[in-house]
Design a protein around this ligand. Structure first.
Ligand code: FAD
Ligand code: DHB
Length: 387
């Protein structure tokens, strides 16, 4: 097989890159180890920055998002027994949209299929070769068990944190793990709030979010090595009520649990995001802890940049943008790393923190929700800094 851009991974990064390249007249093939059904259903992130929704609209992917997405003009921080709203629209005139990552992925798969895109699911044994030449190759076994070779001009490693791309190249890694994890629950229960709430409680962080007028999405801070078997539904609901109640009132409405799982919290950056003709994008190159919802938005920012750079390279033989891809992408990555780290440190209960550190954390929270300057800073980072 031959293509211009061989893309490993059909997550938001790989699928959007394939779509953007197609709009610029560049061919690609996407290979994915999971099944199409699995990729369509995988429950993950939910918040789209204003920058992301603008881009998705611009490239013809806004129709269902604008119909079904929930526009939020602010978020709340709940602590000290009160709800403190940070009003993005009033502060900076912008907002975010709650629209599940798997909905973006479904829209992308449908668009690629409609446009005759080549998406190969259920491949195995993916390996990259010859990335220091101008004919890199990807080898894999297809879903019928046949060995395949894909010869490309460029390989895009969009295969997430556990993929093969990053591991195939030398890189410097910056890695930070947090002493807690998130237990996430998707429940068939109507949200009682219109906006997301981040709660700091002495028993731990909790997050109230939603996916639709019928579905609530909730998270609890738990121990990093927590076993989901220790969290029967009753215990989850009791803990959510306790942590999120303000003046004795819990916003949480219980309902059948549709999905639950534990996500580790990690900050990770691999540099550079390029080696020869292999370019890394999204979680393959970097991870943020989920507080502040930057993961998928960063993947979108990377492939927007990469698609422009590859277009210049492959259509006009101009390599200037591709030479600066890694440095340009990493500036936004480090800004998102800083914001996610700040949100995570401010809102979670830090195991082992002494009484002094607890007071400093509370002082920071109180300042953040009372200073217009501090709220504006949260707002502009949360809705997405300009490209
Ligand atoms: P991915 O979505 O990981 O896609 C990579 C794709 O590559 C996958 O489909 C994978 O199957 C495929 N792949 C891997 N290896 C190979 C291979 N060898 N060959 C072929 N294909 C391969 N972010 C938030 O902002 N909020 C959240 O609440 C949140 N929750 C998360 C929960 C979990 C469990 C995880 C893992 C991430 C979560 N994130 C969250 C982060 C967010 O979902 C990611 O940042 C986003 O998915 C990044 O997109 P991506 O396309 O770069 O990577
Ligand atoms: C959601 C996830 C986040 O990480 C976050 O900060 C806000 C909302 C969500 O899944 O809805």
């Amino acid at each position: 097989m031959r293509t211009q851009v061989g893309i490993i991974g059909a997550g938001p990064a790989g699928l959007l890159l394939s779509h953007l390249l197609h709009l610029n007249g560049i061919e690609s093939v996407v290979i994915e180890e999971r099944s199409e059904d699995y990729v369509r259903q995988r429950v993950r992130a939910g918040v789209l920055e204003n920058t992301t929704t603008d881009l998705l609209r611009e490239v013809g992917l806004g129709e269902r998002m604008d119909r079904e997405g929930l526009v939020h003009g602010g978020v709340s921080f709940r602590f000290d027994g009160a709800d403190h709203r940070i009003a993005f629209e009033e502060l900076i005139g912008r907002n975010v949209t709650v629209y599940g990552q798997q909905e973006v992925v479904k829209d992308l798969i449908d668009a690629r299929n409609r446009d005759g895109g080549r998406l190969l699911f259920e491949v195995s044994g993916t390996a990259v070769h010859d990335i220091d030449t101008d004919r890199p190759r990807i080898t894999f076994t297809d879903s019928a068990g046949q060995p395949q070779e894909l010869v490309c001009d460029v390989v895009a490693g969009c295969d997430g944190f556990h993929g093969v791309s990053r591991k195939s190249v030398p890189h410097e890694a910056y890695d930070h793990t947090y002493p807690f994890a998130w237990l996430g629950v998707l429940a068939k229960a109507a949200p009682t709030r219109e906006e997301i709430a981040y709660t700091h409680h002495e028993r731990g962080f909790a997050l109230y979010s939603m996916r639709s007028p019928e579905i609530t999405r909730l998270y609890l801070q738990v121990a990093p090595d927590e076993d989901i078997a220790n969290w029967p539904d009753d215990r989850i609901w009791a803990e959510l009520h306790t942590r999120m109640a303000v003046a004795g009132e819990s916003p949480v409405l219980e309902g059948p649990v549709l999905d639950k799982g534990i996500t580790a919290m990690r900050s990770f950056v691999a540099t550079p995001m390029r080696h020869g003709r292999l370019f890394l994008a999204g979680d393959a190159a970097h991870i943020v802890p989920p507080t502040g919802a930057k993961g998928m938005n960063l993947a979108v920012a990377d492939v927007r940049l990469l698609s422009m750079a590859l277009t210049e390279l492959l259509r006009r033989n101009d390599s200037r943008l591709i030479e600066s891809y890694s440095d340009t992408a990493l500036r936004r990555v480090w800004r998102a790393e800083a914001f996610s780290w700040t949100m995570t440190s401010m809102l979670h209960v830090m195991p082992g923190a002494d009484a002094f550190q607890r007071q400093v954390q509370l002082a920071q929270l109180r300042y953040t929700v009372s200073s217009t300057a501090a709220m504006t800073s949260i707002a502009e980072n949360y809705v997405g800094l300009p490209w």
